[in-house]
Each structure stands twice: as structure tokens, then as C-alpha cells.
Design a binder for this molecule. Structure first.
Ligand code: ZN
Length: 141
């Protein structure tokens, strides 16, 4: 499984409220390769904040996905702006005190946070149900 790892060595030992900014520029694999192509770069900024239960991520990322028009099947390049928050919790044997929340599915392992599952989930949520190449698309003629 490919990953998108952020090293958070400094943040793990930091007090609650301390934050760090990370610039992201990477190619990621598609969360749904049959329907969505994400050959393009994902880029932007992630702000990670140390909170009691782990890390809170403020994501502000841009990418472009390739879909097929629901009517004429023509390819569409759709710019996507991912702006969301996601909490990360520790996994593994020795989390810092209080910093383990079993309800959080996105995890930190040692001093690394893999943000890829979260980013892919958010891309899936951004995909329109019926993408159209243009509003008046007449379908296949
Ligand atoms: Zn169309």
C-alpha cells in the first residue's frame, strides 16, 4: 500500500495546542481506480495541531481527478478542493498518556502520520454522483 507520510516527531512530544505546517506535493493513487483517475499532483498545506487525544489535521489541498461524463462518457478533468479537518489517534503499544482514541480510524504510528487514507476518503466524498461534461450535455449522439 502506498502511503503519504508526515513525520511528526516534534509534535508528538509537544504540548497541546502546538502546531506545525506541512507543504504537500505528491502523486497519489486513486481511491477508486475503475472510476476515478488521479494521475495529477495533490498539493497544498496541512496544519497539524497537537491535541489531547492525538493530532488534529486541518487540510487544504488541491487536486484534479479524471471522470467520465455520466451521459456521453467523455472524459472530464474535475478540479477538487479538499478543505476539511481530520483527527488522528495513536496506534501501537506505547501511546503518550491519554492519546489513544479507539473511535478514530486514522492513526499515527511511531512518529509518522499516514494521511493518504484520509485524503482518499475525502476525494471519494467530493466526487459528484452524476458528473457531466457540461450542463447541457445531450448524451451520446
Ligand atoms: Zn457529456
Amino acid at each position: 500500500m502506498p502511503k503519504l507520510i508526515i513525520k511528526i516527531t516534534d509534535l508528538i512530544g509537544a504540548d497541546t495546542g502546538i502546531l506545525d505546517k506541512f507543504n504537500i506535493a505528491a502523486k497519489i493513487c486513486s481511491p477508486d481506480p475503475e472510476n476515478i483517475k488521479t494521475e495529477n499532483q495533490i498539493s497544498g498545506q496541512v496544519i497539524l495541531i497537537r491535541i489531547e487525544s492525538g493530532i488534529l489535521g486541518n487540510f487544504d489541498l488541491k487536486t484534479e481527478i479524471e471522470l467520465s461524463c455520466a451521459r456521453c462518457l467523455r472524459k472530464i478533468n474535475l478540479p477538487i478542493h479538499l478543505k476539511y479537518q481530520q483527527e488522528f489517534s495513536y496506534s501501537g503499544a506505547n501511546p503518550p498518556a491519554g492519546a489513544l482514541n479507539p473511535d478514530i480510524q486514522y492513526t499515527i504510528y511511531r512518529d509518522e502520520a499516514d494521511i493518504l487514507p484520509s485524503v482518499q476518503q475525502e476525494i471519494l466524498l467530493s466526487v459528484p454522483l452524476k458528473p457531466l461534461c457540461e450542463k447541457k450535455c445531450q448524451g451520446i449522439k
